[in-house]
Write a protein that binds this ligand. Structure first.
Ligand code: AMP
Length: 606
């Protein structure tokens, strides 16, 4: 295998790479570095995120840059400020031992005057977002007439973000004879036309298959009803005690809402989106990199520049509007040779969106059941046992307490002792997930298609936010779903009350309504003396079991606890160190925000 030296890089660069732990070039580096070093031909590179493309374009430029000359020699355009900052940081690291090389990141949201001042001092490499780069050109603070290399990084994303006009303007002020390097993970039509319009006979190189997702990533999907989406998200987090994940949301609002809920429920989470100031974003990203935060809830744009290699999961809380974004999202995991899981939480209506994504990534999504309470308890218990096994004992500190401890525990057998210690933590999880409902969409579980794997489970709908009602009229009374909805609406229980499943039988029927209106529903039918086709209507709360299963009714008391379905306050995640979740990870470099006793949230958990 070729080394960086074989590729033609000088000893100062190699020294910096060795310090960074780069032992051998990645595939894209093997292909791009000699190409750019030995030819001035334009280059079109298909490279997924996480393949080492930053070094692939930066290193051959650093090798050739004239350090004596302070003119701008290379301009790298990136879709987001985070990515621009990341690239500039990488270049600084690569050129640590190369004297006289100056690189500057220019991006919106930070002082343009400051950037102009730095430009005046002479900078050879600019890394910029398209908007700020155009501003600087307009102010005549940035001159690109001396540019030898133009790099378009994540070109697809720049076009997705609507930077076509800015790219046109920037390209127009660069010299014709420059070398253009275009890097993109996907090549939709818009990127092809940029290549066609702005590049001359480009050489094509590919790392991995074009438009394909990383081989290191497996793709799973969970089908739930809309109202169970968040509960499913929490289960995914709970069943993976060591989760280190980005949860992608489509809007800033959704991002903030999910992050707020997770934080309130005791998870070690935070949000990253465009409404935050640059300082806030930097702080969140720093905490996430240091694993002080285990779950980062982010918009696509905000997470673009995040350089984190060991994410265990990428979770699509909702699928992106543009299917190409899925490749970018899932590409955040499975990086630098590690394996990763990309999860899509979808409703049965959204399932169809998976097919075009499958075509794009060239892989199948595996239908996966939402973890059960039992599975979660099992994983958390094993995690606890691992922790007990691996804990370092401070012999000197603990020694003086041992005699009285042994005295207190005298007479307890080994097995009994183990059970008791483990139960201190485990009981909270057991209680929390006792009778946890099945969150899988029942229709989907019945008809899981041929690509599905695993056992079908959970036949009943059992939606945790719905209550099930018995009504004493049925088909023989000429009742149908539409007429039943009409009848419910006539009772004016509450504005926009959500109606769930309806089951019409011969002489009686069932319907589901928002569980927050259980009492109001029964009372409304009583108060209104509701009737249907001349019959008095009687509505009672019932269990959630479906036809064919034994049914018990609650005598119309209206008591929610009499519904037969579990009633619980299940919003908070269970407390306890045993979760290992939201607590300081054993490999964490810094203190856990959540695990710290100073953090009130720890005390707030259920
Ligand atoms: P990139 O695709 O440029 O975002 O790089 C993805 C990650 O791989 C970054 O964390 C790089 O630091 C790392 N990386 C890039 N090239 C190498 C290499 N040759 N050896 C080890 N790590 C690398």
């Amino acid at each position: 295998m070729s080394t960086f030296k074989d590729l033609g890089l000088n000893k100062n660069i190699i020294k910096a790479l060795t310090e960074l732990g780069y032992e051998n070039p990645t595939e894209i580096q093997l292909k791009a570095i000699p190409q750019v070093l030995n030819s001035t031909q334009d280059l079109k590179a298909f490279a997924q995120t996480g393949t080492g493309k930053t070094a692939a374009f930066s290193l051959p430029i650093l090798e050739q840059i004239d350090a004596e000359n302070g003119d701008v020699q290379a301009i790298i355009l990136s879709p987001t400020r985070e990515l621009a900052i990341q690239i500039a940081k990488n270049i600084e690291e690569f050129s640590k031992f190369s004297d006289g090389i100056r690189c500057l990141a220019v991006y919106g949201g930070s002082s343009i005057e400051d950037q102009i001042r730095k430009l005046k001092r002479g900078v050879q490499i600019i890394v910029g977002t398209p908007g700020r780069t155009v501003d600087l050109i307009n102010r005549k603070a940035l001159k690109l007439s001396t540019v030898r290399w133009l790099i378009l990084d994540e070109a697809d994303e720049m076009l997705n973000m609507g930077f076509k006009d800015e790219l046109d303007k920037i390209l127009a002020v660069t010299p014709k004879e420059k070398q253009t390097l275009l890097f993109s993970a996907t090549f939709p039509q818009e990127v092809e036309s940029i290549a066609k319009n702005y590049m001359y006979k480009p050489v094509e190189i590919t790392s991995g298959e074009k438009n394909k997702g990383s081989d290191q990533v497996s793709h799973q999907y969970y089908v739930v009803s809309e109202r169970n989406r968040y509960a499913a998200l929490k289960r995914i987090a709970d069943v993976n005690p060591d989760i280190y994940s980005i949860i992608f949301c489509r809007t800033r609002r959704e991002t903030q809402e999910i992050a707020d809920k997770l934080i309130a429920d005791g998870y070690n989470a935070d949000s990253l989106h465009g409404d935050l100031s640059q300082g806030q974003r930097d702080a969140v990203m720093g905490k996430f990199r240091d694993k002080v935060i285990q779950i980062l809830v982010a918009t696509d744009v905000a997470a673009r520049g995040l350089d984190v290699n060991d994410l265990t999961h990428v979770i699509n809380h909702k699928l992106p509007d543009q299917i190409e974004s899925y490749t970018h999202r899932s590409g955040r995991t499975g990086r630098a040779g590690k394996i990763g899981i990309s999860i899509a939480i979808v409703t049965s209506r959204e399932k169809g969106k998976l097919f075009p994504i499958e075509r794009l990534i060239g892989k199948k999504f595996v239908s996966t059941p939402v973890p059960t309470g039992k599975e979660i308890c099992q994983n958390q218990l094993l995690k606890l046992i691992d922790k007990v096994h691996d804990i370092k004992i401070n012999e000197t500190e603990i020694a003086e307490f041992l005699p009285s401890i042994y005295e207190k525990l005298e007479g307890l057998e080994r097995d009994e002792l183990i059970k008791r210690f483990v139960s201190i933590e485990f009981n909270t999880f057991l209680t929390y997930y006792e009778n946890a409902p099945d969150l899988n969409d029942s229709e989907h579980m019945k008809g899981r298609d041929s690509r599905d794997s695993g056992d079908s489970k959970g036949k009943s709908r059992n939606d945790e936010n719905m209550s099930r009602f018995f009504i004493n009229i049925g088909r023989k009374d000429k009742l149908n779903p539409a007429r039943l909805i009409g009848l419910i609406n006539e009772q004016n229980i509450s504005k926009n009350i959500e109606i769930g499943q309806i089951e019409i039988l011969d002489t009686f029927s069932f319907f589901e309504l928002d569980k927050n209106f259980e009492k109001e529903t029964v009372t409304a039918f009583e108060k209104n003396d509701a009737s249907f086709e001349g019959r008095n209507v009687n509505v009672e709360i019932t269990t959630k079991q479906r036809t064919g299963q034994s049914r018990s009714r609650n005598g119309g008391s209206g008591s929610s606890n009499g519904s037969g379905d579990r009633k619980r306050s299940r919003d908070k995640k269970p407390a306890g160190d045993f979760a290992g979740f939201g607590r300081k990870r054993s490999d964490s470099k810094s203190k856990s925000a959540f695990g710290s006793d100073k953090n009130p949230k720890r005390k707030r958990r259920a």
